[in-house]
Design a protein around this ligand. Sequence first.
Ligand SMILES: *Cc1c(COP(=O)(O)O)cnc(C)c1O
Length: 462
Amino acid sequence: MHRTLADDLSRLPELLQSARDVAARELADLAERPVAAPGPAPGRAPLPDEGAGGTGALARFAERWAPGFSGSAGPRYLGFVTGGATPASVAGDWLTSAFDQNLSGAGGSWAAELERETVAWLRELFGLGEAHSGAFVTGATASNTVGLAIAREWLGERLGVDVSRAGAAALGPVDVLSGSPHSSVAKALSVLGIGRDRLRRVPLLPGNREAVDVTALETALAELGGRPAIVVANAGTVNTVDFDDLRAIAALKERYDFWLHVDAAFGGFAALCPEYAALVDGLDAADSVCVDLHKWLNVPYDAAVQFTRRRDLQVAVFHNASPYLGPPTGEPDFLHLTPENSRRLRALPAWFSLVAYGRAGHREIVERNVALARRLGEGIDAVPGLRLLAPVRLNVVCFTLAQDPSPERVDALERAVADSGETYVTPTVYGGVPALRAAFSNWRTTETDTRRVLEVLAAASA
Ligand SMILES: *Cc1c(COP(=O)(O)O)cnc(C)c1O
């Protein structure tokens, strides 16, 4: 064994302790560190020939790179839809690496059963019935991709083609209908050989809404003349957190032949709160569902779940045996369910957080984030230089400059906010107007944080 490797093995507890110290310091300072990275990154160092050992690597990381990392896990980072990591989920994430299980199959480990237990808890948390099975994937983009891959296979079933063998071309042009799809849906269609151009935008409800007009959706489906299609319904849009009427869309299945995929990446968390659960009423009727966990569950990155009612079709797409030999009603190994073969135990951080804080703890995060988003919305409404572009429906505040919101001026506002180091919001265009979004999804965010964010926004827009 190489000398530095042998040294590290003999002093492994000390190395882990040192890493723990760096992590503890980082997390202790997180709320007050600059929210966005300062200045340019350092130049690249040469590949080390003789290694520095784990302690040397830790020192170099802390010196060269850590100072320029963002405070995105902290309470005032409101860009995109960015969760932090609950204390228990960080511990779970560490142990994922320490135990280093390979979840491709069940072979010789209980780890796959732990993932199944976690998926079952999440299914319950989001109000899905037992007809849904699920698997962990890396994020909502992967979850949408897997869901739409199953949809593609289903189209084959309807048209009498085995897509997993014959390829997507055997389907001919595929119709994908959606109101306000997330950009990752187009990406998934590109990956799947369906094509980005096959995504057709269905008109939205009038009155500053991002939810699909179900009557227009019905018209679009009727125009297909009985050809089976894919409908992507959106439960929580990124600009204004609008929700499609899932129940009404699902009801259309009685008359039209389509696969219903619901992108509930973060909107699915409405199910945790009695006050908002109606927004995702009908979610269970979906054929496939995407829910992100590294956003509003507040577990570290690399976690989302893909649920579906048609695991048989999922296995048809993703099976990695030829032929697949498992019994159709049994539990297929995870390597037959998602793009990866070898995969880490990415369920463990979520398992830790659910055990540590339970349904009630996670509901409180969602409720507090929504209350704070509304508070910020009210605050922005009272700032003369700013105006809201939509009501604060859940956890995102979409706003712009009251006067002349040109791309240049909104861009300058965004930069001024980021340069303050106090908070971070990300740009968008809503209804043709350049705008900013402040998304609340971090477990640490408090009223004080929200007040500080409002002060920065007010000052920067004055
Ligand atoms: C964030 C998001 C995605 C993509 O999620 P990743 O985890 O970044 O891949 C997809 N859909 C919606 C609605 C989202 O908010």
